[in-house]
Design a protein around this ligand. Sequence first.
Ligand SMILES: Nc1nc2c(ncn2[C@@H]2O[C@H](COP(=O)(O)OP(=O)(O)OP(=O)(O)O)[C@@H](O)[C@H]2O)c(=O)[nH]1
Ligand SMILES: [Mg+2]
Length: 725
Amino acid sequence: MAILNRGGKAQEKEAKRWEKEIKRGKGGWDPYFSLVRFYHGRGDKEKVSALLEKARPPLKGALEAYVAYLEGHSDKARGLLAGVEGDKREPQAWVAFLKGLLGDVQGFKECLSLYPRHSWTREIKLFMGRVLLEEGRGEEALGHLMSLESERDPQVYLLMGKIYHQMGNLLAARNYLDRVLSAGQGDEKREAAALVVRLARQKEEWDKVASALKVLLQEADPQEAQNLKEELVEALIKGGRIREARKVLEELEDARELWTMLARVLEERRDWGEALEAWEKVGGSQGDLGRGRVLLALGKTGEAREVLKGALEGDARDQALYLMAQGAWVEGEGQECLRLLREMGEESLKRLPHGAHLLSRAALEAGEVEEAARWALEAFQALSPDEQRQVKPVLKRIRKALDGTPEAKKWLPLIEEVLKESPFLQRLKDGLLKSRHSIAKRLEETLGIKGEVTREDLERIEEILISADVGVETTDKLMKALEKRMARGEVRGKEGIMAALRDEILRLLQGAQGRLELGPPPWVIMVVGVNGTGKTTTIAKLARRFANEGRKVLLVAGDTFRAAAIEQLEIWADRVGVPMVKHQPGSHPSGVVYDALQAARARGYDVTIIDTAGRLHTKVNLMEELKKMARVASKELPGAPHETLLVLDATTGQNALSQARLFSQAVPVTGLVLTKLDGTAKGGIIIAIAGELSIPIKLIGVGEGMDDLQDFDAEAFVEALFEVD
Ligand SMILES: Nc1nc2c(ncn2[C@@H]2O[C@H](COP(=O)(O)OP(=O)(O)OP(=O)(O)O)[C@@H](O)[C@H]2O)c(=O)[nH]1
Ligand SMILES: [Mg+2]
């Protein structure tokens, strides 16, 4: 069955040999099938017809069926084959093989039983696998292919990859396709690469996409290469390989969209110089718009406004007007800013809430309070919650300006409605009142909002941060970040420096934000910390939270050293209505942990919270006790304690940092609780913690009330800390 031979130049020679064999009346059916395939593959219809002429039944019928199959007429082929019977073993096998090709897997099986151990067993299995794959019978196909797997055959691997892909086992699919990529060549390698591109793209594995595309590129013709390179650039950009993307992009013609994509990413990375060049490549009004935006970010306001004029004609007009207005605003030309924004028209302003926001500020400055109110409200409704925070101060100023005017009646209720805080945020703001005064308010009072930033201003910022307990190291980090932004020209004026500082602090806190999550029961939380930081009250608050969520909670009086400590937790357990395990005062703390975990397991508690002592005769004793408790817990319940919360008191300032280091050395602290933020003007300690420790902050306490223990939300925190009324 030479028909199964693979393509290639050798075929020319082979074909001559087959022709000779036919002339000599030798070789049976093989040379006929091989030649039909060969000539059909070259589109040589005459030669195919000549062969059909020459053949006698039943070979003739079989060949006709084969040709119909090659032409894609499977039904016709089946009809033609129906009357054909092979008389001897080889013809019989050919007929069976054709049946197999036409979707009757039984045919392949017959073939295999006629020639059980022949050089083409492998090929037949491959064909069978392909037919089964087409019919969606992947599992069956795998059964036949397994025996071939050991041959390290890229063809087999490719087929298995495709089958696993069809079956939805993407991991296995990728595994086999990767083998084709590393060992295969030619068609298989290309096919595997194309499939890998698809699979990796679904999973957004851009490096994989890129490397598979490169395989495809190796043998692509120029037209294909253009398309593939476009895809490659996209994958490289998405994978963050910007420099490489740019290099490939340089080779492409007419790739505006990709340049736009690249320019956007460069802008996001604040890579201004490169972004500017990329926008230049984009050209047209979009390009002008991009360049204008970058120049504005660089503080080159005049140049930006000039460039943006180029974008005024065309579909980027509104954006251009908005950016020009921004430039005017930064330059202190309030009236010009207002004029440009008004030129945008109502509809456009509604679509561009940032424009509406800017308009409200410019209008307020110009004394057009009603216009300001209208557009501030419009912007607020359309912006994301994070951006809404920036509109709030404007609304507050408008509220003040409206006071006592005839328009107040119409606008004040609307503004009040929008400014109403959620109870959560309100409580946080109340809790952070002292810190807000010592940080944000002082910054604003000493800096003012208008004008350029001087060296003294920076020194004052530094001073205020340090005095609010942000700590020398973290303050230094923040100041460096600010100076870097200023050097890049990103920060304009005092308003800009405040925004940048807020942004840097937010980033720092976001990096430290954690979440208290419960795993499967029995989940065990151990609460540690020096005396008086708020361990026991934190436990009570958590117990109530979990109980309210409908969980079974168990408390453990692990501070066995003081009778009062056991009583205190007991009172809380009663109040919250959850059970508590205790031992005699003075007994061993690990004993009570052991009992409690047995109970937790036996009675199916969802979460068990262990209170611990804050003070022993020496620090060493305390740490040793904690270690022992953790050890006992993990022996009783593998993995326990699943969470170890360290409670820190915000009013103790820099001391909190050394406590955190000390406790982490003894037990694996998984989260921090920072209490009493309401009791200090030095809430900056949380920024120091975020800057200097690598333990996530999970909870914060902003008061003694039961609801004053909050999940730490960096964004809300920064808003509460910075929003000066
Ligand atoms: N203002 C304020 N007080 C808090 C906060 N959290 C805890 N407290 C108070 O801090 C005091 C000490 O709290 P406890 O829970 O007894 O502290 P502890 O860590 O268990 O102390 P020891 O058992 O002595 O180690 C109590 O009066 C609490 O009400 C908070 O977020 N804000
Ligand atoms: Mg206590």
